[in-house]
Design a protein around this ligand. Structure first.
Ligand SMILES: [Zn+2]
Length: 322
């Protein structure tokens, strides 16, 4: 049974490699749009702990099920003018953009690597990492389905590569041993940070979701590239974190200016002081909210940079040292 499936995949890959690239590229684009639509489903349903496979698509506003011909990726959004077919409620443009981004990304992977095992690995990591980026950014959580599920998928890909081997010449795909080492490295580094911040600061320095997602990155990238990915994620985190902090300060400056402007107008001091109180309170709320940094998005960005540039980076730094 397994041999039959393996033979079938080999024949399919052979056929796709020999076929007209424009034809294959179009198929890849359509597949990308369909998976983009699936990524939208994951983004919406995983944080709400809803079924992602069997429940049919529905409008979040009027709850009516969406007909299949109103649910065609990319096309339906344009055809319906970005509105629900029943209640005419606007559908967020994000859904459309994610379908488009996924389709173009899959096409780019195909143009870079052709019909190879690397291509499949990249597409699967995309389907796992984009929802992590978006869900962690919005809700400050990384669902286990993506982190633990993703690690299992990564290990399985390593297993298939080692014991079946559809391709021998690969740039990205790793062996099962390296995949296991990647998981170990991810858990050690992020688990270490998690435990030591608990011991030193008596609070979580990062969520457990980040620790689990580190294992996912390790399983897909292997040990050395995932170390590069983690270092980059810390770099991105501190750099973008700094920019976000500056923006917040600038926003607060505006508020302070508004308040001092009111003072000049000689409005009753009670009115001003109540505004100041609201402002101070809001600031505290903002601070409380930002005390936990969603680190997942930076990990995703670090992982993708590492996938394309880790070998050059490692070569560059090792070359410098020697
Ligand atoms: Zn509706």
């Amino acid at each position: 049974m397994v041999e039959l499936i393996v033979d079938y995949i080999r024949v399919l890959m052979f056929f796709l490699r020999e076929a007209n690239p424009v034809f294959v590229g179009s198929i890849v684009f359509v597949f990308g749009a369909v998976f983009g639509s699936f990524i939208n489903v994951l983004n919406y349903r995983l944080p709400l702990e809803m079924d992602v496979v069997f429940k049919p698509s529905f409008c979040p506003k009027c709850k009516r099920n969406i007909k299949w011909y109103h649910n065609i990726p990319i096309i339906s959004y344009l055809y319906l003018g970005g509105k629900c077919a029943y209640c005419r409620e606007s559908i967020a443009i994000g859904y459309f953009l994610i379908e488009l981004l996924t389709a173009f990304s899959f096409l780019a992977f195909y143009l870079l690597y052709g019909v190879t095992w690397d291509f499949i690995v990249l597409c699967l990591f995309f389907i796992i990492s984009l929802p992590v980026l978006i869900i962690d950014f919005r809700y400050h959580i990384i669902p286990d389905e993506l982190s633990i599920g993703g690690a299992v998928v990564g290990l399985f890909l390593g297993f298939v590569h080692t014991f079946i081997g559809f391709d021998n010449n690969t740039n990205i795909t790793i062996s099962m041993i390296d995949s296991i080492w990647g998981v170990v490295v991810g858990l050690l580094i992020f688990g270490g940070i998690y435990v030591s911040s608990l011991l030193v600061f008596r609070k979580e320095g990062m969520g457990l979701g980040d620790v689990k997602f580190a294992a996912t990155i390790g399983a897909f990238l292997g040990s050395s590239p995932s170390i590069v990915a983690f270092l980059l994620s810390f770099l991105y985190g501190s750099f973008l974190g700094l920019i976000i902090m500056i923006f917040k300060r600038l926003k607060n400056m505006k508020k302070i200016k508004t308040i001092s402007h009111l003072k000049n107008l000689n409005i009753s001091s009670d009115y001003v002081s109540s505004i100041v109180m609201v402002y101070v309170y809001q600031n505290q709320v903002d601070e409380l909210r930002s005390s936990y940094i969603a680190f997942g998005p930076y990990m995703v960005l670090g992982a993708w940079t590492s996938i394309f540039f880790a070998h050059e980076m490692i070569g560059f730094f090792v070359g410098e040292i020697i």
